[in-house]
Design a binder for this molecule. Structure first.
Ligand code: CMC
Length: 433
């Protein structure tokens, strides 16, 4: 953040002593108070568990207006990108900051495509896992293990190596996710086919078998591409912040992305798509909805309506709107007209949106509310939902990582704490305790 973006100053008074804190005005969003010098000047820390009011970085990649329900990538609204663009073009936009020309896009696509295969020796890693391992567990391990295979792209001080690592991750993630799936169902791994587009290639690696011909349905491939596009980046969320923090020590990129995958797995984050479909199935029929709504509102019940609520959106998640439309298209194409899960989802949405508890707390459906229905209709088991999110989010993690590494002001991330433990005391020998 440049000093010339200081527009105002905040005054903080502690014990009658006044401190001036610079305020920055971003291009979009609320002003930000700079507290970096506060500890040195006033000997106090700020306290903000969960980062609810703290900007951990400046960034030019993605912007969310939670009240309006707006998501912009490099300034472009997500609904326009979902409708008019496609995943690899959005990857280019996120990574390099501008929409590509036709020539640039062609070059980028061919660079990604030429990296889709995995080092053959990595197959042995998969075989070391139990067949019933969750595909996210396999992905954490295999992506981390890329550090052991691609030594020529782990020097983060070399821009060329950073570029190769970025392309490799975007290109290989679908292959890794598809292999994790194939391994879990006991089918042979399917190699990538570079004559297919990114989404179609992923579908064929998941669903084709050597014994039969497989043709990718273009509408399913379009829906897959849209799911990737809608999940591509989401500014400083938990997994992205994990990648940034891990990388701030100078760690190698593959290990840092594995850390992001681990964070994404949790049900409050990327794991919500699996949890949401499982919840919709558990509800089962429309008449059971009030029981679950009551549980969600009960302070003594830890149950939450999965696919509802968001730290930043206090309005409709713009991704959920596009996802809902895609769900209708995909089910229509597949001739699924009375899908009970979709019926429960639509009714649940209606009831929750008119319930004072959800209205008051501004809990709206998020991206995960409808994505599971589409993925389920395509034939994916629920355990693959979060790995698919990871495939899509890789470009976001990489773009944010790249932005951080290229920032000359980069510092190792080191939060402080409000210590509430014991004060200094003397060690007591075991026989005297
Ligand atoms: N169902 C019922 N009550 C909820 C829900 C929900 N899904 N979400 C939040 N609340 C309530 C919560 O109990 C709290 O009430 P009170 O103020 O009375 O204590 C209030 O709303 C605020 O919740 P919070 O936990 O302080 O909000 P947060 O910003 O820390 O959490 C969240 C955001 C997404 C973790 C949370 O809404 C949640 O657990 N949702 C369900 C999981 C989910 O769908 N996650 C996917 C998020 S979108 C994909 C992604 O980004 O990965």
């Amino acid at each position: 953040m440049q000093d010339n973006s200081v527009t105002k100053t905040a005054k903080l008074t502690i014990d009658g002593k006044e401190f001036d804190l610079p305020i920055y005005s971003p291009t979009l969003g609320p002003d930000v108070i700079d507290v970096r010098k506060l500890y040195a000047q006033a000997n106090v820390f700020t306290y903000d568990p969960g980062f609810t009011s703290t900007a951990a970085t400046d960034s030019s990649i993605t912007f969310i207006d939670g009240d309006k329900g707006e998501l912009l990538h490099r300034g472009y609204p997500i609904d326009q990108l979902a409708e008019k663009s496609h995943f690899l073009e959005v990857c280019y936009l996120l990574l390099y900051g501008a929409l590509p020309t036709a020539l640039e896009l062609d070059d980028f696509e061919s660079r990604v495509t030429s990296h889709t295969m995995l080092h053959e020796q990595m197959m042995y890693l998969f075989r070391g896992f139990r067949r019933d391992a969750h595909p996210m567990a396999i992905m954490v391990g295999v992506v981390g293990a890329m550090s052991a295979f691609y030594h020529d792209s782990t020097d983060i001080t070399d821009p060329w190596q950073r570029e190769v690592a970025s392309i490799r991750l975007i290109a290989k993630m679908p292959t890794i996710a598809a292999m994790a799936y194939k391994y879990s169902v006991g089918q042979p791994f399917v190699y990538p086919r570079n004559n297919l587009d990114y989404a179609s290639n992923f579908l064929q690696m998941c669903f084709s078998v050597p014994a039969e011909d497989y043709e990718v349905n273009p509408i399913l491939s379009r829906a897959m591409d849209r799911i990737f596009t809608l999940h591509a980046d989401h500014e400083q969320n938990a997994s992205t912040s994990t990648v940034r923090l891990a990388s701030s020590s100078g760690a190698n990129p593959f290990a840092c992305i594995a850390a992001g995958i681990a964070c994404l797995w949790g049900p409050a984050h990327g794991g919500a798509n699996q949890a949401c479909l499982e919840m919709l199935r558990e509800i089962g029929t429309v008449d059971k909805i009030p029981e679950y709504i009551a549980r969600a509102k009960d302070k003594n019940d830890p149950f939450r309506l999965m696919g509802f609520g968001h730290r930043v959106y206090k309005n409709f998640d713009p991704r959920a709107k596009v996802m809902k439309q895609s769900a209708d298209e995909v089910l229509d194409l597949l001739g699924i007209h009375d899908n009970p899960t979709l019926q429960v989802a639509k009714e649940l949405e209606k009831i929750a949106l008119s319930d004072p508890y959800f209205i008051e707390k501004k809990l709206y459906p998020n991206v995960d509310f409808y994505s599971g229905i589409i993925l389920d209709a395509m034939g994916f088991p629920t355990s693959m939902f979060t790995p698919i999110f990871a495939v899509a989010r890789t470009v976001g993690w990489i773009s944010q990582w790249k932005e951080m590494i290229e920032d000359p002001a980069m510092k190792i991330g080191r939060p402080r704490q409000l210590y509430c433990g014991a004060t200094a005391r003397d060690y007591v020998d075991v026989e005297n305790r």
